[in-house]
Design a protein around this ligand. Structure first.
Ligand code: PGA
Length: 259
C-alpha cells in the first residue's frame, strides 16, 4: 500500500483525478470502477469540470459501480443510480450502454450477480477502482466478516453502516437494509485501486486496514494483498497510524525520484 497524506481532501481529489486523466489519455476506453458516498464527490466534480472546460472525452469509457441498494428504484433520490447521474453521468458523455450497476431486481439475482462479474472480466477488468472506506472498514458494501474472495452478491447492512448512512434519510423514510455489492474478490481484480479517506471518523478503519492483520473483520485490510493500491488520507484520518512519519517520508522520497 502506498500512503499519501494530503493537506486537504481537495488535494486528494486533485491527485486521484490527475491519475484518471493520465490513464484516460493513454486508454480512451478506460474501465472505471466507481464508488458513491461523500468521499468521491470531489473527484467527480473535477471530472465534470475537465469535460466541460477542457473537452475531455469520456465517450468510450466503461463504468461499473460498486454497489446499489435493494428496494430503491433508479429514480429514488437515495439510490446510487440517482447519485451517479446527479454527480457525474448527467454531465459527462458516457453512453448509457457503457454504464453498469450491480443487479438489484427480479428473479435469479444470484445468476445476475455472477454475470456482473463476468461482464467486468469480458471488458478486460477494471483499470482503476475508486474506493472509499466505511468507518467499520467495509469496502463497497462488503461488511465485516465478508468472504475475502467473494464475488458480487447481496449483503445485509450492519447497524453501524445503517447509522452512518441515516444522515441521508429524512425521518420516516425507509432505509434499505440490503444491497448488492461487488465482492472483495471482484475489487481485488482491479488493476489499480485509489482509496480516499477523509475525516477522523475513518481513523480507526485506516489504522486497522493499513497496520492490522488481514482480516474479514476489517474488509479493507485485504488491500494489503493488492500491489497497486494507493491510499489518499488527510491528517485527521491518519492520526492512529503508528508509522505515519515513515509513510510521509516514503512519499517524499518517491516524489523526489519521480522529479
Ligand atoms: P462516505 O462512505 O464516503 O460517505 O464516508 C464511504 C463508505 O461507506 O464506503
Amino acid at each position: 500500500m502506498q500512503i499519501i497524506v494530503c493537506e486537504t481532501p481537495d488535494e486528494g481529489a486533485d491527485l486521484v483525478t490527475r491519475e484518471i486523466l493520465r490513464r484516460l489519455e493513454s486508454k480512451p476506453d478506460l474501465v472505471l470502477g466507481l464508488a458513491t458516498g461523500s468521499t468521491p464527490i470531489g473527484v467527480y466534480e473535477r471530472l465534470v469540470r475537465l469535460h466541460r472546460e477542457k473537452g475531455v472525452d469520456f465517450s468510450r469509457v466503461r463504468t461499473f459501480n460498486l454497489d446499489e441498494y435493494i428496494g430503491l428504484s433508479a429514480e429514488h433520490p437515495q439510490s446510487y443510480r440517482f447519485f451517479m447521474r446527479r454527480h457525474l453521468f448527467d454531465a459527462l458523455n458516457i453512453p448509457a450502454a457503457n454504464i453498469h450497476f450491480p443487479p438489484t431486481e427480479g428473479p435469479e439475482l444470484q445468476r445476475k450477480c455472477r454475470e456482473y462479474d463476468e461482464k467486468i472480466q469480458a471488458v478486460g477488468g477494471i483499470d482503476i477502482q475508486i474506493l472509499g472506506i466505511g468507518s467499520n472498514g467495509h469496502i463497497g458494501f462488503n461488511e465485516p466478516t465478508s468472504s475475502l474472495r467473494s464475488g458480487t452478491r447481496v449483503k445485509t447492512l450492519t447497524e453501524k453502516t445503517l447509522r452512518d448512512n441515516s444522515r441521508f434519510y429524512s425521518s420516516g423514510e425507509t432505509q434499505p437494509h440490503l444491497a448488492t455489492t461487488m465482492g472483495i474478490g471482484t475489487i481485488l481484480g482491479a488493476k489499480r485501486i485509489l482509496l480516499q479517506a477523509f475525516g477522523e471518523k475513518k481513523a480507526d478503519a485506516i489504522r486497522a486496514i493499513v497496520e492490522g492483520p488481514i482480516s474479514a473483520f476489517w474488509p479493507g485490510s485485504v488491500l494489503q494483498l493488492h500491489p497497486e493500491t494507493t491510499l489518499f488520507l488527510v491528517r485527521a484520518s491518519a492520526t492512529r497510524l503508528e508509522m505515519l512519519e515513515y509513510y510521509v517520508r516514503t512519499h517524499h522520497y518517491h516524489r523526489e525520484l519521480e522529479e
